[in-house]
Design a protein around this ligand. Structure first.
Ligand code: NAD
Length: 315
């Protein structure tokens, strides 16, 4: 099988490419990535000499390039995205270009080349926010109520993917995952920021009151879920992926400081993000009932390994 993985030099994409090359000795991966500030060839060091991995630097909005690559592809998995909410508030336009227009270019090309599956990597943020102190969780049927330019652009892409199936019968599937953690994440994201600042005894920034709740899943559990959905998921379905592992930012930061033996006095409240979503929580019962998936990496263990990994790299 030949996969086109976009955004495969980023955090989740690079973990996924490695996972696939390790698990399927006969699969080949074409990895298209623009190498924006968020992507790095360092993330692909382990596959440098792997003949089944071909890296191509380029943008998913580049129709000519995408068409050239698509000619030999069975399955497209679209990870490529601008992914940082704070940046989307400052500069929404690039989010529309990559996340919306780029997805449309890929869809058009996938249709022209009759790929067997177009897999869109989406996010729980498309559902908007939940209130604190409730047990409510997002299901696949929850209304789409994105609140940031980032989540609005991801929602738009999801709707285009759905429309390409409905209108042109392109085989598609979408999965919406909660917050990932693990190796190779950009230092601007929450967990790497906490670890790296604490490592150097710098203030650890906490937005507002710190009571922003996210569900955290190890990136390899996300990769396993994508693998399962890609091979056994039903066409034109949406699957939620979550770990039932909710943490308020402030509590998670304290847990990381404890692992590192650092003082809580490093925690520093900073001006809140505008329109900050209070809580995300995801119900992945459909994925576990239909495909038998459940997360396998205990949070305590995954977090200790993640702290070790960034601490070693950040020294
Ligand atoms: P990331 O920012 O680490 O990586 C994104 C990659 O896309 C980078 O390598 C970047 O160079 C590349 N890219 C950006 N614009 C491009 C373009 N126009 N053309 C080609 N490549 C381009 O992001 P991530 O955290 O690995 O997220 C990957 C996907 O998973 C995204 O679609 C994101 O919305 C989704 N997602 C992420 C999380 C999370 O917690 N990180 C959770 C759910 C869903």
């Amino acid at each position: 099988m030949k996969l086109l993985v976009t955004g495969g030099a980023g955090f989740i994409g690079s973990n996924f490419v490695q996972y696939i090359l390790d698990k399927y000795p006969d699969y080949e991966v074409v990895n298209l990535d623009a190498l924006t500030y968020a992507g790095s060839l360092d993330n692909l060091k382990e596959m440098k000499n792997n003949r089944r991995h071909k890296f191509v630097q380029g943008r998913i909005e580049d129709g000519k390039l995408v068409d050239k690559l698509m000619a030999v592809i069975d399955v497209v998995i679209n990870f490529a995205a601008e992914s940082h909410v704070d940046r989307s508030i400052l500069e929404p336009q690039v989010f529309i270009s990559t996340n919306v227009l780029g997805t449309q270019v890929l869809l058009d090309s996938a249709l022209r080349h009759k790929v067997k599956l177009f897999y869109q990597i989406s996010t729980d943020e498309v559902y908007g926010a939940l209130r604190l102190g409730t047990k409510k969780r997002f299901t696949e049927g929850s209304p789409l109520r994105p609140n940031s330019p980032y989540s609005a652009s991801k929602t738009s892409a999801d709707l285009l993917v759905r429309a390409y199936h409905h209108t042109y019968e392109l085989p598609v599937v979408i999965s919406r995952c909660s917050n990932n953690y693990g190796p190779k994440q950009h230092p601007e994201k929450f967990i790497p920021t906490v670890i790296l600042n604490a490592l150097h005894n710098k203030p650890v920034p906490i937005y507002g009151d710190g009571l922003y709740v996210r569900d955290w899943i190890h990136v390899l559990d996300h990769c396993r879920a994508i693998d399962l959905i890609m091979h056994q998921g039903k066409m034109d379905e949406v699957y939620n992926i979550g770990a039932d592992n909710e943490w308020a930012n402030i509590d998670l930061a304290k847990k990381i400081l404890r692992i590192m033996g650092k003082a809580e006095s490093l925690l520093t409240s900073v001006k809140d993000r505008p329109g900050h979503d209070r809580r995300y929580a995801i119900d992945s019962a459909k994925l576990s009932h239909e495909l038998g998936w459940k997360p396998s990496i205990p949070f305590g263990k995954g977090l200790v390994e993640t702290v070790r990994c960034y601490s070693e790299a950040g020294k």
